[in-house]
Design a protein. Structure first.
Length: 156
């Protein structure tokens, strides 16, 4: 029962955060299937891209700061590979100028850029990906490090 109440309270939390954040800041947090993505990529906004269901290699991603991707989606992009570190390496080969955050089911999350790899194990039994995204972004926008933001996102 408690899990269901928690899930209901978190439903659409990420979408609410996106709308409120994107209206008030010079950074935008957007899904890769959003029809406004290409328009944001042509502006002065700093883009944080949540990869959900569409390939974006054909787009100019030079304005993208970080991509966030679920392991299942990334694994499908990479021919079913399950090893998280290998998935991150392949993503950064495709999107070399970006930072990547890989969110795993019940294991936590990884952060990777060209110089750094951080893994934060999930410490709570009810890990929620939407809550992770909101807490990570809120922490990073406050100026916290990637490690701190990863920790705050994972430990809900």
């Amino acid at each position: 029962m408690e899990l269901n109440v928690r899930e209901e309270n978190l439903k659409d939390l990420f979408k609410q955060f996106q709308v409120e954040h994107n209206e008030n800041c010079k950074t935008v947090f957007i899904d890769n299937n959003d029809p406004e993505l290409e328009n944001y990529l042509k502006t002065d906004y700093i883009v944080y891209l949540h990869m959900v269901d569409k390939e974006v290699r054909h787009l100019d991603l030079s304005k993208v700061n970080t991509i966030f991707v679920n392991k299942e989606y990334a694994s499908n992009l990479e021919n079913g590979i399950q090893d998280e570190q290998r998935i991150l390496e392949l993503l950064l080969m495709k999107y070399s100028n970006l930072r990547a955050v890989l969110i795993t089911d019940k294991k936590g999350a990884y952060y990777k850029d060209k110089d750094l790899l951080i893994y934060q194990k999930e410490l709570t039994p009810n890990f929620d990906k939407d809550l992770f995204l909101v807490k990570y972004m809120a922490s990073e926008l406050k100026g916290n490090s990637e490690m701190t933001s990863l920790y705050r996102g994972v430990n809900q």
